[in-house]
Design a protein around this ligand. Structure first.
Ligand code: SF4
Ligand code: SF4
Length: 179
């Protein structure tokens, strides 16, 4: 009887050893312990998340947010109504109408950008020969009523005036190749 019990125990031990050898990770929970170690390691690292919008990440000078129109330091509109931006726009988002002024120069009487159509590609900015139309860092804009999607000339100029120092700084770096 003792012999039979010993034989059963030996057979059971050998079988368990063979099983444990081929299923090492399952039997000894190695994956579980590795996972717990990794969690401990990551839990005490510096956090990568930030408290947006109170905290913001640095932004490229070439960031393409809301569009704006710029003026020269003397207050004169930069735009000369050449319509290069209008023909360049792949989304047909820009509508420009022009008229000559009394002094013979040409200026826009209408400059609308449909923000629903605009894909912020920046091609209008690149086409402009006088740095008039520019992408701004402004990304917080929302439309709640019909028609607010149209950025009129007044709105575009107002935005440009509000952040002109930043725009001038960014354009300078971009033209110097540092932006
Ligand atoms: S950013 Fe692109 S899509 Fe938007 S108005 Fe300029 S050219 Fe058109
Ligand atoms: S914004 Fe620039 S490209 Fe567009 S019409 Fe005016 S001057 Fe020409």
């Amino acid at each position: 009887m003792t012999f039979i019990i010993s034989l059963v125990i030996i057979l059971f031990s050998v079988s368990w050893f063979i099983y444990a050898k081929s299923n090492f990770k399952t039997v000894f929970f190695t994956e579980l312990f590795r996972g717990m170690l990794l969690t401990q390691k990551v839990a005490h690292r510096r956090k990568d998340t930030i408290q947006y919008p109170e905290e913001k990440l640095p932004r490229s000078n070439r960031f393409r947010g809301l569009l704006a129109l710029r003026r020269y330091p003397n207050g004169e509109e930069r735009c000369i109504g050449c319509k290069l931006c209008e023909v360049t726009c792949p989304a047909l988002a820009i509508t420009i109408e022009t008229q000559p002024r009394d002094d013979g120069t040409r200026r826009t009487t209408r400059f609308d950008i449909d923000m629903f159509k605009c894909i912020n590609c920046g091609l209008c900015e690149q086409a402009c020969p006088v740095d008039s139309i520019v992408s701004t860092p402004e990304e917080h804009y929302v439309v709640t009523q019909r028609g607010q999607n149209i950025m009129t000339k007044d709105k575009l100029l107002a935005l440009g005036e509000a952040i002109e120092p930043r725009l001038a700084h960014d354009r300078k770096l971009i033209h110097e190749g540092d932006g």
